[in-house]
Design a protein around this ligand. Structure first.
Ligand code: GKR
Ligand code: MG
Length: 437
């Protein structure tokens, strides 16, 4: 037997799950309003030779319980054996259907979240053991920095966190703009200017599905007017528009949009809209898993899939998705939810490994002010983030910040994301309606 076969691999000996709550301003979407804190869960895996790997996923009490239930299955496994880990988790959680994703703009499935958390932390460990960055484990770096898009939101006044819907009078620069109300085209243009001045973004995405599509379409025209025809624009109503509304306003915005994201619900509806428009359609809602690909291809529901490693089962699955997109002529970009630097680092490694990045990726990062890694928040240059240097993810967990954000979680009392209940505080009659307009 060779030395290689004799060598015993590392094993995972500790699995630490820490729910955290991070300050989030009152951003509006089709479901309602962001709560004053966004939930994330930080996972740390530690091997028998004390190598630690970390990851971050969207948090809620059910996901944390699911992670907890996977703990004893994963302890004792080799972090290099991601196929084996996946098999164990599939046997534990069973097959998930597309329906389990739910109607919300964000995904409710468990297996994909849990595998993503474990896979990213294992890749961080493997990178540290082999002294290679995660991008190399995904096949190698195709670019040194990854471009992101500005993510504009209609919003109420407020800074989030303890201040809730109040503002911090001491804030300046983007921190001041981040708490400013934006409920009309002029507010969105001012927000876009402040965000681009701070982060240097070269593309703009507007979260829609909030107000009458007339006002939202006018916001796009106002952005076009303010930024000129060379800045790519997108709008994402999160499927709140009917097919007729999507076609009507889609035709109005024809020639003005880089892509129209999830105007309407479901692959069939998207396919009808897509046939009526020249503007490409993108989705993070109707084609969200490998099981959705055959029908997407058969009926032509979108042009661009907005992947998200938290929802597609990790970074390697996202690389597999990129191959499928290439074969079937789909573009690929990335979706985002409120997140901190561990998720951003993983997105950047993935973005750097993809064969092509034809569209700047989504990120909510400018809306967050907290951080859970040492060295502070990531810097954006000209709208891009450089691939972190160092082995693995190239970021280190800040244990003091983690403890503070965990305390926020314990104090704030939020255990699930619930934008509808938050909105009812302003409008008691509010209810979430799929296809409101
Ligand atoms: O943060 O309100 C939000 C977004 O609406 C988010 O939840 C969506 O998942 O950004 C997302 C999207 O592109 O649909
Ligand atoms: Mg979207």
């Amino acid at each position: 037997m060779s030395n290689f076969q004799n060598k015993k691999g590392p094993v995972i000996k500790q699995f630490i799950i820490t729910p955290i709550a991070t300050v989030d301003p009152p951003l509006l979407n089709a479901v309602g309003l962001h709560q004053p804190y966004a939930l994330r869960t930080i996972v740390e895996l530690i091997t028998d030779d004390n190598i630690s790997g970390i990851s971050e996923i969207p948090g809620n009490i059910a996901i944390d319980a699911a992670l907890e239930s996977a703990k004893n299955l994963i302890i004792g496994m080799d972090p290099f054996n991601l196929n084996g880990i996946r098999q164990v988790l599939e046997a534990h959680f069973g097959t998930e259907t597309a329906g389990q994703r739910g109607d919300m703009p964000w995904d409710q499935r468990k297996l994909v979240h849990i595998f993503s958390a474990i896979e990213v932390a294992c890749l961080d460990i493997v990178g540290k053991i082999t002294n290679r960055p995660v991008v190399d484990l995904l096949g190698g770096k195709m670019r040194d920095a990854v471009p992101f898009s500005a993510y504009l939101f209609y919003k109420y006044e407020g800074a989030g966190g303890e201040l809730g819907h109040k503002i911090d009078p001491a804030a300046s620069g983007w921190a001041a703009a981040r708490q400013t109300k934006a409920v009309d085209p002029a507010g969105i243009v001012a927000q876009a200017k402040a965000m681009c001045a701070e982060f240097g973004f070269k593309s703009l995405k507007l979260k829609g599905g909030v107000f009458d599509p007339r006002l939202e379409t006018d916001s796009i025209f106002a952005l076009r007017e303010a930024f000129g025809p060379d800045v790519p624009l997108r709008i994402d109503p999160n499927a709140a528009w009917t097919i007729e509304t999507s076609i009507k306003y889609g035709l109005e915005m024809e020639g003005c949009l880089e892509y129209l994201e999830d105007p309407t619900k479901g692959q069939e509806g998207m396919a009808v809209v897509r046939k009526a428009l020249k503007t490409p359609l993108a989705t993070n809602m109707c084609t969200t898993s490998f099981g959705d690909i055959p029908s997407s291809i058969a009926i032509g529901s979108e042009d661009i899939i907005l992947s998200d490693h938290h929802f597609w089962g990790g970074l390697r699955s996202s690389m597999e998705l990129s191959k499928i997109c290439q074969v079937f002529g789909r573009g690929l970009s990335m979706h985002s939810n409120s997140h901190l630097g561990i998720s951003l680092a993983a997105m950047v490694h993935l973005g750097a490994a993809l064969p092509k990045v034809p569209y700047a990726l989504d990120t909510h990062y400018p809306w967050q002010s907290d951080e859970v890694i040492t060295g502070g928040r990531f810097k954006f240059e000209d709208g891009s983030v450089a691939v972190p240097k160092g082995p693995g993810l190239g970021v280190i967990l800040d244990k003091i910040a983690l403890a503070k954000l965990h305390q926020n979680y314990l104090d704030c009392g939020i255990t699930v994301r619930d934008d509808t209940t938050e909105m009812k505080k302003f409008n008691p009659d509010w209810k979430f309606e799929t296809m409101r307009w």
